[in-house]
Ligand binder design. Structure first.
Ligand SMILES: Cc1cc2nc3c(=O)[nH]c(=O)nc-3n(C[C@H](O)[C@H](O)[C@H](O)COP(=O)(O)O)c2cc1C
Length: 200
């Protein structure tokens, strides 16, 4: 069941120049086809002009009152499904996505403090997320897994909010493979995207 899918895009590249967005678009288009009643909201963080938290927003976040972080946090909390499209940058996510999470991690909206510690507020309904990411190398197996701090961060922060159903979809070795081998990996990732979207 989905009322709203939030498609969060974190890359300054255009769709056609980004292997991450190309892959994520395959997923989202398949999902929309299967779930025509689900409203898809596309949130392109670069087009939004997301900036690191500033003093004014921070003061308002803890002092009460409307502010841009609260608007983004409420939009996030309102969705049921999440597609996070972000390439690997320096073993992690692009900084703009971290800045976005600094808005969305909002006391009273996505989590709250209790006497026994913080708890997520987004386990109130079934929610699902997928992290879609192209990367130059390969990190999904063996010791290299330790280096994928971006996927770990996304899974951890979503879990902190109470969102525990999280999938990962990677195009790996995008800067290692060439020619037919690269095309084969892209085709395979698009097939996986279609399969995942069918059951998301
Ligand atoms: C700023 C920057 C940092 C990067 N850091 C890594 C990295 O740590 N590991 C890696 O495997 N690839 C890294 N890459 C390569 C990209 O992850 C890779 O080219 C990916 O396919 C880009 O996806 P895109 O086409 O959606 O932008 C980096 C690329 C850029 C631009």
């Amino acid at each position: 069941m989905c009322q709203t899918l939030l498609y969060i895009k974190a890359n300054p590249k255009t769709d056609s120049n980004s292997t991450t967005f190309t892959l994520a678009n395959v997923f989202v288009q398949k999902y929309q086809k299967k779930n025509p009643d689900c409203q898809i909201i596309t949130l392109d963080l670069y087009k939004e002009g997301i900036q690191p938290l500033d003093a004014d927003t921070l003061t308002k976040m803890f002092g009460g009152g409307d502010n841009k972080a609260l608007t983004y946090a409420k939009q996030f909390a309102n969705a049921d499904k999440y597609v996070l499209a972000a390439p690997m940058w320096n073993l992690s996510i692009p900084a703009i996505l971290k800045a976005y999470f600094d808005y969305v991690s909002y006391v009273g909206v996505s989590f709250k403090y209790t006497e026994t510690g913080p708890i997520g507020l987004l386990s109130d309904k079934p929610r699902k997320a997928v992290h879609i990411s192209s990367r130059g190398g390969a990190y999904s197996e063996g010791p290299a897994k330790e280096f994928d701090l971006g996927d770990k961060y996304i899974r951890t922060i979503l879990g902190f909010f109470g969102i525990t159903q999280v999938e990962s979809l990677f195009l790996e070795n995008a800067n290692v493979l060439q020619g037919d081998a690269l095309q084969k990996a892209i085709d395979q990732s698009h097939q996986t995207a279609q399969n995942l979207a069918s059951n998301f």
